[in-house]
Ligand binder design. Structure first.
Ligand SMILES: NC(=O)c1ccc[n+]([C@@H]2O[C@H](COP(=O)([O-])OP(=O)(O)OC[C@H]3O[C@@H](n4cnc5c(N)ncnc54)[C@H](O)[C@@H]3O)[C@@H](O)[C@H]2O)c1
Ligand SMILES: [Zn+2]
Length: 351
């Protein structure tokens, strides 16, 4: 079968590899669509990061590069292994793409995203969505009912937004500032809107400001090159400041702006992965007793995330900006995203 294999930085190859083998407790999924994520771009340009470099096997998957890429994917079950009773051939599903140690409890309430050596299918081994077929442990397979398979490929990054919202503790009626309207900021904004939270997006790119407006995920869009975001947020909140802020840009000035715009005793959730150590005015955090929180991926967020889409509270189709064949992955996927990043949101790949 065809698969996109990560060898090293700037070296991703479309190859013919053996089909994965069905094992007890696993299902075989024929991949329908797989999204390209900013993390995949980081691996391509600056990696390996999550990918285990050649000669350095991942402690849980025991695999090293080359590995198959793709962690944002949907598909149809084509076979179920012994002991699998709750999933059926022909069912459409998405994958919660975790590689988690064997002894870790992944049940409700357990924070398995924080377990040692956690990694992701499609980065740390165990196949990936940028191939025709994947075999996945039943625990990580979530049925999607009649959600279209293309939209369903965005459920993984939507679950990132869902978990960021859970971490924030924001409730209906609150006001949130989202700093950066890339795919993550936009999908997070969609989750927040669905919870009845007022969303103020701060973004510098014309194209992305337009997407935030067009998709209806922002109540207000502010551009820090044109207005004083802090002053505008205070105006919009009768002087109180926002209840929560979300950093989704990996830009120091955005984190600083959030410390400035949230209310005293407000919450700032850092969603970004940082390639550098940000410099911010910590005095704002101290004097306002701000809670600065991290968030990584998701933990038992998939069922609620899928329900948001099923109930029509989040529409994912408007965020799909391209569909390509696996054979065109580098030119029409990676290079297109690198060169025209701000006009694209999610490019889907059909393997
Ligand atoms: N925590 C997690 O589990 C998790 C999961 C996935 C992605 N991420 C991270 O989330 C971050 C966002 O991902 P993405 O794919 O949306 O990234 P992206 O780079 O596409 O989006 C960042 C956005 O910030 C905007 N921006 C830049 N400077 C700004 C400024 N001064 N003010 C306002 N906006 C500004 C950019 O124009 C861009 O639209 C990345 O760091 C990514 O690695 C985290
Ligand atoms: Zn991703």
């Amino acid at each position: 079968m065809r698969a996109a294999r990560y060898y090293a930085r700037h070296d991703i190859r479309i190859e013919d590899i053996a089909e994965p083998v069905l094992l007890p407790g696993t299902v075989m999924v024929q991949v329908a669509w797989c999204g390209i994520c900013g993390t995949d771009l980081h691996e391509y340009l600056d990696g390996p990061i999550f990918v285990p470099a050649h000669g350095h096997p991942q402690p849980i998957s025991h695999e090293d590069a080359p590995v198959t890429l793709g962690h944002e994917f949907s598909g149809t079950i084509t076979a179920v292994g012994d002991g699998v009773t709750a999933l059926h051939v022909g069912e459409n599903v998405v994958i919660e793409p975790y590689i988690i140690g064997p002894g870790v409890d992944t049940g409700p309430g357990h924070e398995y995203q924080l377990s040692p050596d956690m990694n992701f299918i499609g980065l740390g081994g165990r196949g990936g969505g940028l191939s025709e077929k994947v075999v996945v442990e039943q625990r990580w397979v979530h049925p999607i009912g009649d959600i279209p398979l293309d939209a369903a490929a965005l459920i993984e990054p939507l679950a990132v937004g869902h978990h960021a919202w859970v971490r924030s503790g924001a409730v209906a009626g609150d006001t949130a500032v989202v700093g950066g309207a890339g795919p993550i900021g936009l999908l997070l904004a969609a989750v927040l809107k669905a919870q009845g939270i007022t969303v103020i997006v701060s973004e510098v790119s014309e194209a992305r400001k337009a997407i935030a407006v067009r998709t209806g995920v922002a109540d207000h869009v502010l551009d820090p090159t044109l207005v004083d975001v802090g002053a505008e947020v205070r105006k919009l909140t009768e002087g109180r400041g926002a209840d929560v802020g979300f950093e989704c840009s990996s830009v120091d000035a955005v984190l600083d702006m959030l410390l400035e715009t949230v209310k005293p005793a407000g919450v700032v959730v850092n969603v970004s992965i940082w390639g550098h150590r940000p410099a911010v005015d910590m005095q704002k955090l101290v004097l306002k007793e701000i809670d600065l929180r991290g968030t990584i991926a998701y933990a038992n967020d998939h069922p609620a995330t899928i329900k948001l889409v099923q109930d029509g509270k989040v529409r994912l189709e408007p965020f799909i900006t391209g569909r390509i064949d696996l054979g065109d992955l580098i030119r029409d996927g990676f290079d297109a995203l690198i060169e025209h990043k701000d006009t694209e949101v999610k490019i889907l790949v059909h393997p």
